[in-house]
Design a protein around this ligand. Structure first.
Ligand code: KIV
Ligand code: ZN
Length: 526
């Protein structure tokens, strides 16, 4: 007899909670790319951003809401009329719009952050949900810091939100404090003590401060949660959010234990993960569950022996189940465009013909210099090319650099700035710094500050390509750039130019607004 299963909705917050974390910011094109992957995965809800936080966020949420074909698109909003109006304006063109309103309910947050009494918080929750519901039929309400809130007050606010028209109620472990047993009990208790709780979707939202975000989310499912909030690769504030791929694969692999299904096509996980890694530039640890480089690698002889005899000895999931391509063809100088574009798709890059054509040219150049071209090298090519299909105001023409421990290192860089060749020289404590000084002068951005510089070998061997990644702060914003070359100075220069190019494109734009929390007297609907 077929076992009864519950449907668990997957609410993805990669583009909101994930994107909000330092180093994971994405531009609109990145976000649209991620959206395609989320839709291919089949997530039920995409939290596209926090529309009221800045004009840029508003535009992104609106564009994503208009682009989504199947998923519900949500915007976050504080318990304020202006935020809710902004959220609605941004998502109202979606096929399935949702407004996600939140207010904190823990004593600490109410006293120290909101400076509101519990009565005021409860009243604001009711007022805001009612107002949001007058605009949109799908309203999620979150009790921020719920896991550190007092039970009677949780029951009271959940009931208020349901009575005011919330269709989903989220009980977040905002600071990653809960233990799985406690978090499971929270859901059981809310279901047992709040009239009407079983008539709405109950959602969990876990942060990973103690490394328990996935365990807590799964415990919530056992406790009765019907929606799980998560991010691809577990990106998110501080230690991150619960990772989508780990939750989905746990529910699938231990189906008999959970008796729960999701709508996720797990074979799209690998590509989605690759895409998020690429657009955020935030690399995964090799032993990351499900999508880490080593997640399906068997090095120890005894393991290899077992896996060869029967994969189930050491593999509880197959690599194919997450879309990890098996028996991949080696790509090299004899590979054609078809094989190359298939590999791009396997790696999560669904690009238009023109972009594939450009990349194929670069791939051929590389293949001429190397016997085989690894996936890592292809990903680096895409990363490097992805911001370059707009007319460049700043493009490298030539450079020369001197590294020395006898004289001051020097760099001369000639760049095309708005079509005109400009050459400058600079000095620094090394050849790369010297070139960077020259480029800053050419771009006319003397205040641009290098915040992060990373250099990695993309693949092995004497002919290895290297990839430089930089983050440059200018006028309150941070810009990312990547450069790939077999020459480390050239890769570094290209990365810096790409970051300064974005800074130039943005000159005059307002700095990103801080995530300011409501203050007493400024939280109700007004
Ligand atoms: O962590 C949290 O509590 C949140 C809410 C805004 C849902 O992200
Ligand atoms: Zn969160």
């Amino acid at each position: 007899m077929k076992q009864e299963t519950r449907k668990i909705k997957i609410f993805d917050s990669t583009l909101r909670d994930g994107e909000q974390s330092p180093g994971c910011s994405m531009n609109l094109r990145d976000k649209l790319l991620v959206l395609r992957h989320l839709e291919a995965l089949g997530v039920d809800v995409i939290e596209a951003g926090f529309a009221a936080s800045s004009p840029g966020d508003f535009e992104a949420v609106q564009a994503l809401a208009r682009a989504a074909q199947k998923a519900t698109v949500a915007s976050l909003a504080r318990c304020r009329k202006a935020d809710i109006d902004r959220a609605w304006e941004a998502v109202k063109d979606a096929k399935h719009p949702r407004i996600h309103v939140f207010i904190a309910t823990s004593p600490l947050h109410m006293e120290c952050k909101l400076r509101m009494t519990p009565d005021e918080v409860d009243a604001a929750a009711g007022e805001c949900v009612r107002y949001a519901r007058s605009l949109c039929d799908d309203i999620e309400f979150s009790l921020e810091d719920c896991s550190r809130s007092e039970r009677p007050f949780i029951y009271r606010v959940v009931k208020t939100a349901i009575d005011a028209g919330a269709t989903t109620v989220n009980l977040p472990d905002t600071v990653g404090f809960a233990m799985p047993g406690e978090y499971e009990a929270l859901f059981r208790d809310v279901l047992a003590n709040v009239p009407g709780a079983s008539s709405v979707a109950l959602s969990c939202h876990c942060h990973n401060d103690l490394g328990l975000a996935v365990a807590n989310s799964l415990a919530a499912v056992r406790g009765g949660a019907t929606q799980v909030e998560c991010c691809i690769n577990g990106i998110g504030e501080r230690a991150g959010n619960a990772s989508l791929e780990e939750i989905v694969m746990a529910l699938k692999t231990r189906h008999a234990y959970f008796g729960a299904d999701t709508s996720i096509d797990t074979t799209k996980i690998y590509a989605a993960s690759k895409c998020v890694t690429t657009v955020t530039g935030s690399k995964l640890q090799a032993n990351k569950a499900i999508v880490g480089e080593n997640a399906f690698a068997h090095e120890a002889g005894i393991h290899q022996h077992g896996v060869l005899a029967n994969p189930l000895t050491y593999e509880i999931m197959t690599p194919e189940s997450i879309g990890l391509p098996k028996n991949k063809m080696v790509l090299g100088k004899h590979s054609g465009k078809h094989a190359f574009s298939q590999r791009l798709a396997d790696l999560g890059f669904h690009l238009d013909e023109a972009r594939i054509e450009t990349l194929f040219g670069k791939f051929k150049d590389l293949a001429d210099r190397k016997k085989t071209v690894s996936d890592a090298a292809i990903e680096a090519l895409v990363r490097n090319a992805r911001e370059r299909d707009v007319p460049e105001r700043l493009a490298l023409d030539r450079f020369s650099a001197v590294a020395s421990d006898a004289i001051t290192p020097m760099g001369a860089v000639r760049v095309k700035l708005d079509g005109v060749l400009v050459e400058k020289t600079g000095t620094g404590d090394g050849p790369i710094n010297a070139c960077y000084a020259a480029i800053r002068e050419i771009a006319g951005l003397p205040g641009a500050r290098l915040e992060v510089y990373n250099l990695t070998a993309v693949d092995g061997g004497m002919d290895a390509q290297c990839e430089a990644t930089v983050k440059v702060a200018n006028a309150g914003r941070v810009y990312r750039g990547t450069g790939v070359s077999t020459d480390i100075v050239e890769a570094s220069i290209r990365a810096y130019i790409q970051a300064l190019y974005s800074a130039l494109a943005d000159e005059g734009a307002a700095p990103v607004a801080e995530f300011d929390h409501p203050q007493r007297g400024d939280t109700g609907v007004h």
